[in-house]
Design a protein around this ligand. Sequence first.
Ligand code: HEC
Length: 197
Amino acid sequence: MNDPKESKKDPLLLDHDADGIQELDNNLPRWWVWLFYLCILFSGVYLTYYHVLGKGDLQIAAYQREMTAGDAVKNAAQAQFEATLSSLAPSKNEALLARGGQVYMTYCSPCHRPDAGGLVGPNLCDDYWIHGSTYADNLKVIINGVPEKGMLTWKGVLTPYDIQAVASYIYTLRGTTPPNPKMREDLAPKVPTEVYE
Ligand code: HEC
């Protein structure tokens, strides 16, 4: 048996053959082997640190820690916002009030009536307030709205300047007596819902 093919065979050539495709049993590159060992080492360290010793935060704990930190930032910002609002007073600046009147007529009068006597939205001239009677309470309602009751959220629609302007403007309407004001809901006569034979 003196097969010329056999004699020239590379010692690294493996036995199998798939449609003429053969494989050399080369050594793996050094860098690859080291990477492999490092991965094994890393997995050991990781397992010990996170699961055996329980030192590091697993994903759910890390998530909760970041949520708590985020909530703290949000609450601080909210507190700062409320403190700033409470320190604001309605402006008496004429240019600002004129701008406030324009904003009111454009955006608010369809629901609160041009004289603020109330239509879809409540009367803004009387002493009854659903969300508090201070200037800051008004600002909060205008900024955040009461979406579930039909009062729009004006944050992002009106600039802070316009919000201050319109809030100051409606403040000047307090105590005025527009004709046929909208009645408070709790005082309005109830329509009977039961029908008797
Ligand atoms: C789409 C209708 C609508 C528009 C437009 C609207 N409002 Fe209102 N507004 C309401 C309704 C409805 C309420 C009552 C919310 C409730 O019952 O909690 C309300 C409540 C308020 C309140 C609180 C009243 C209270 O008794 O505490 C203020 C202040 C107010 N609106 C100001 C404004 C201003 C300023 C604008 C314009 C920038 C405006 N609204 C535009 C419907 C509207």
